[in-house]
Design a protein around this ligand. Structure first.
Ligand code: G
Ligand code: G
Ligand code: NA
Ligand code: MN
Length: 249
């Protein structure tokens, strides 16, 4: 696979980039978090989306290196942005390959970053077959102070069992419930139910994919704590995000 070879090279030369998308507090209107999203600007192929190259990295055994690169970059960015928490997407493979908690603590220690400012986003695919190792790692991470977000909630094989066995600081409602749906009434009923359930379990709720002012108003009225989406900003390179936050807050 030529693309795998050039991805390997891009990881080695650290020529991948992290973009950042802000999360807006629905009550205060302030930005206190940003999600790191990988971007690969390939010299010939143009911008390759992570939905394409992350699976290639996973299948080609490149995830340990790619995952470590993202952790390193994102924690370093958190050091440089003391007023923001940074959310990092984790591949399920990162739970298997090495001791994630120690790796992260080494990075946050070295950069003087409070682990509470790091949010780790996991998807239901990690939890599909929660073995005790996965559950233990999630517990250790939380004990060390890292916050855990359940990403894309409501898609995949949603099982409420995860919410019983594991605690999440944040639940991110997938954008299919937030914007552009033809069954808006039903979607809003489900969002309201997730908000009530999530709050009762001590989680804060994020609405993803907020694209319009009306969606912002609706999601805030339904009780979502944080809002993320193109209405506020697309994922931006680090300097762009910093400028955006400075004028927004
Ligand atoms: O940025 P975009 O919407 O194209 O992201 C598409 C998918 O790629 C999302 O599911 C997102 O979680 C995933 N993704 C983006 N950045 C990272 C990353 O740093 N690590 C992992 N494992 N997945 C990522
Ligand atoms: O799976 P995950 O939620 O991590 O994926 C985040 C992806 O969603 C990113 O690739 C980002 O570019 C995309 N995204 C963020 N906000 C919006 C939005 O308002 N609308 C759409 N269509 N995509 C969004
Ligand atoms: Na995410
Ligand atoms: Mn998501």
């Amino acid at each position: 696979h030529r693309i795998e070879t050039s991805l390997r090279e891009a990881i080695r030369t650290e020529s991948l980039e992290l973009y950042y998308q802000p999360l807006v507090d629905a009550r205060t209107g302030r930005i206190e978090e940003a999600e790191a999203l990988l971007r690969w600007h390939h010299p010939e192929l143009g911008t390759v989306p992570p939905s394409v190259f992350v699976p290639i990295a996973e299948e080609g055994g490149l995830m340990p290196e790619l995952g470590d690169f993202v952790l390193r970059r994102a924690v370093r960015q958190a050091r440089d942005w003391p007023d923001l928490s940074i959310a990092i997407n984790l591949s399920p493979l990162q739970f298997r390959h090495r001791n994630l908690t120690d790796t992260l603590l080494t990075l946050t220690d070295a950069d003087g970053v409070d682990p509470r400012r790091i949010i780790l986003e996991v998807t239901e695919s990690l939890l599909l077959n929660v073995n005790t190792q996965t559950a233990d790692t999630l517990k250790r991470l939380r004990r060390a102070g890292f916050r855990i977000a359940l990403d894309d909630f409501g898609t995949g094989y949603s099982s409420l069992r995860y919410l019983l066995d594991l605690s999440f600081d944040l639940i991110k409602i997938d954008r299919s419930f937030v914007s552009g749906t033809s069954q808006q009434m039903a979607a809003h009923t489900i969002v309201a139910a997730i908000v009530e359930m999530g709050h009762a379990l001590g989680s804060r709720i994020v609405a993803e994919g907020v694209e319009t002012e009306e969606e912002r108003r609706t999601m805030a009225a339904l009780g979502c704590d944080l809002l993320q989406g193109y209405l506020f900003a697309k994922p931006l390179p680090a300097p762009g995000l910093a400028g955006f936050v400075a004028s927004f807050n």
